[in-house]
Structure formats: structure tokens, C-alpha cells
Design a protein around this ligand. Structure first.
Ligand code: ADP
Length: 385
């Protein structure tokens, strides 16, 4: 007999107990789901808010196998997990979402690109290389032209596996790992769309989010929703996001990051099969949060409405440069006095320069108003040690 999801004998297992696991556990708490997470320490962000955080390593075959065997459905909050164990669990009849094959493809930027080529999904062309020597050879042969972007195939996170090479003088920046090389795209905007799907085949997308870059540092500073792109253009990207989640046969969430080129073309940059930074605003600004939607997707429940309740801007709260140690949050009282400021602190004990310690979503009747509030948060809230 099929178990009732809303009972104590049904267990949702999650690999990872960081901030995404914490927010997933908080969403699960609304329905009192029996959610268990696997990560190295009970002190990680999800620990205090979940019924169970099992200590173990999501990269270790046996740890994942033993943890997964106790779950009715198994999901992730980070893609760098042991996919061999997930394959074994699938064989044993455990429901694994996202499926292990899609996860294996997405974990490797080379396989991910090849997948888009094979599926006729739009992405920039690329070549495959074993490392810097092979890239230098290809330059000599005229197969690679400047400017280009090198991306390591695995373990790139938050820009650390990416090198922009504009000329010969930059060649010492080449990263020592198997990589892909793409031409530098002439980017107008960077947009993300979080798609959701359930095993019954229902697909929904959240409103597109636009990344706003700091004019000097050239880092993403704010994420605004709705994006400042025409509705017709956004619909094109939504269709691509839907096709992508279907092509991967993923249930739960798939966040698709796009470049909108200066020629008005959509290119998929990369995808993440889990809740995503660009979906954090949904907790406060949409009918359904991305975390609840992920649970609905993996549990084959009806997907929730993704309708926007209010324009919003999300700002990541990063550890202040120059401070490492026990985190202290300065300026919270001033930030909480801003109307429509919703602050989410992840509960990481230790702060480090630029570590993601939380986020704030600023709600306002207009995006411009929300941006102004986000600037105030950026200038007021300081995370020190
Ligand atoms: P990560 O997985 O580390 O987030 P991304 O592949 O998303 O790495 O690249 C990080 C950033 O680098 C992108 O958001 C974009 O601004 C820039 N970038 C990546 N690829 C290209 C490209 N082909 N052309 C121009 N800019 C790029």
C-alpha cells in the first residue's frame, strides 16, 4: 500500500544541511513532514530546525547509501554528492529527485554543455580540454580565439572555477584542471528562471529574476523580480526553462541561468537541480516559495501557484571583509525598521570575508523602491566577528 506522505512513517531525506537545507526544512515544518538531512555536523544551519540531522558525508558512498535506505524519497540541497550511491538507491526502488543521471550530467560542466548541444537547447559553443597545456596548444593551432572563458568541469562554485582570458597576457590565469572553453559572450543581462516539475508531469516556472551587478566590483549585488525584460522575451526563456527540466526528466526544482545577449538571443549558461539563490525572494514575494515547490515536486503533490505577490529585490548578506570568527550582526534594528524588509539569517557560527551568511528580501510597490531599500540594507547591516 502506498504510504501517506503526511504521516510519521514517511521520511523525506535530504543530502546537505546548509542554508538551502535549512530553508527546505522550514518549509517542510509547515506540513510537519518528517524531514531528515545528512551533513557533517549537527551544528550546520539545518540542524536546529529539522526533526533529524544525521552526521555523515554526502560524498561518501556508504553514508549516502545507509541514509538513503531509510528515506521514502531522497533529494539534495547541493549537487556535489555521491551519485554512485544514488544510482544504487534508485535500483533498490528509492525515489531519488533529481534523478542520479541528470545530477551526474549537471555536476560536470562539460557533460552539461554536451547535453544542451544534444537536446538542441540554446547555449554558447564550447571546446573540451584536459588542462592549460591543451588550451595553449589549441590557441597556437588557431582553434581558440581571444577573448574566451575557461571553466573547470567540476567543483566550480560561485565563480571560483571560471577564468576570463582576454589576451595572451592573461594566460597565467588558466586554471589547472580539465575544462571547457567558451567564447566571451556579449551579455546584455543575466536572468534566472526557477522551474518546477512533478512526476505526474506538471511543470511551472517562477517569475524571471534579473541579476544586478555592482558597477565597479562586477559581482552580482542584487537580484530583482520582475526582470526588466519584455513579457514576450521572458516567455521565450520560460519555454526554454520548461524544455530543459523536461529534457533532464527532473522532478523538484531546476534553476536555469541565462545570458540575454546584446543580439537578443537567450543562451543557457548553466542549470542547478535544487533550490537556488535566485529563488530566495519567493519565500516572501510569491504565493509559493521555491522550497515548498521543491517539496511539492518531489512528493508528486500539485505544484503551487508561482504568482508574484509583490515586486522584490534580494540581497545576499555576506561576511564583512577582514573579519573571521564568531558572527555578530550589526545594524539589524535599523534594517528591521525598513518597511517590507524580510531578513533571513542562516545561523552559520563562523563568519569569513564574503561568506554567504544570510539574505534579505525587500518588498515594495515598485522595483526601484525595492532597490533603494536594498542599498540601505547593504550599507547598514554588517556581519563582523
Ligand atoms: P559558477 O558556476 O561559478 O557560478 P558561471 O558559469 O555561472 O560560474 O560563471 C560565472 C559568471 O561569469 C557568470 O555569471 C557570467 O557573469 C560570467 N561568464 C560565464 N561564462 C561567460 C561567457 N561565456 N561569457 C561572458 N561571461 C561569462
Amino acid at each position: 500500500m502506498k504510504k501517506n506522505i503526511f504521516s510519521t512513517d514517511y521520511t523525506v531525506g535530504v543530502l546537505g544541511g546548509g542554508q538551502l537545507g535549512k530553508m527546505m526544512a522550514l518549509a517542510a515544518g509547515n506540513w510537519h513532514l518528517n524531514i531528515h538531512l545528512l551533513d557533517k555536523s549537527k551544528d550546520f544551519p539545518a540542524g536546529p530546525v529539522a526533526p533529524e540531522l544525521i552526521e555523515g558525508d554526502f560524498n561518501n558512498y556508504d553514508d549516502v547509501l545507509n541514509f538513503g535506505r531509510k528515506a521514502d524519497v531522497l533529494t539534495i540541497e547541493i549537487e556535489h554528492v555521491n551519485t554512485d550511491a544514488l544510482k544504487q538507491l534508485e535500483k533498490e526502488g528509492i525515489q531519488v529527485h533529481p534523478n542520479a543521471t541528470a545530477l551526474e550530467t549537471i555536476k560536470d560542466k562539460g557533460l552539461q554543455k554536451q547535453f544542451y548541444f544534444d537536446q538542441n537547447l540554446p547555449t554558447s559553443p564550447c571546446s573540451f580540454h584536459t588542462g592549460p597545456e591543451a588550451i595553449r596548444e589549441s590557441i597556437k593551432k588557431g582553434e581558440i580565439e581571444y577573448p574566451f572563458v575557461q571553466k573547470t568541469r567540476t567543483a566550480g562554485y560561485d565563480g571560483k572555477g571560471v577564468a576570463v582570458i582576454k589576451s595572451e597576457e592573461h594566460l597565467d590565469r588558466l586554471l589547472p584542471a580539465p575544462s571547457i572553453v567558451e567564447p566571451l559572450v556579449d551579455i546584455d543581462k543575466e536572468i534566472a528562471i526557477v522551474a518546477a516539475r512533478n512526476p505526474s508531469g506538471q511543470v511551472e516556472v517562477f517569475p524571471a529574476v534579473e541579476m544586478l551587478f555592482h558597477p565597479v566590483a562586477n559581482l552580482v549585488e542584487f537580484l530583482q523580480c520582475p526582470a526588466a525584460v519584455s513579457e514576450a522575451k521572458i516567455q521565450e526563456a520560460e519555454e526554454i526553462a520548461k524544455k530543459t527540466i523536461e529534457a533532464f526528466d527532473i522532478c523538484g526544482l531546476l534553476a536555469v541561468e541565462f545570458f540575454l545577449t546584446n543580439d537578443g538571443e537567450w543562451l543557457i549558461n548553466e542549470s542547478a537541480p535544487r533550490p537556488h539563490n535566485s529563488g530566495h525572494h519567493t519565500i516572501d514575494s510569491c504565493y509559493t516559495s521555491q522550497f515548498e515547490q521543491h517539496l511539492r515536486g518531489i512528493l508528486d503533490l500539485p505544484l503551487g501557484s508561482t504568482k508574484m505577490k509583490s515586486p522584490s529585490v534580494m540581497v545576499n548578506l555576506l561576511g564583512e571583509d577582514g573579519f573571521t570568527g564568531n558572527a555578530v550582526y550589526e545594524g539589524m534594528d535599523k534594517v528591521l525598521a525598513i518597511p517590507g524588509a524580510k531578513v533571513h539569517l542562516y545561523g552559520k557560527a563562523q563568519t569569513k570575508p564574503f561568506r554567504k551568511m544570510g539574505h534579505a528580501t525587500l518588498l515594495d510597490d515598485s522595483v526601484e523602491g525595492a532597490i533603494e531599500k536594498a542599498r540601505r540594507v547593504r550599507d547598514t547591516l554588517k556581519i563582523k566577528a
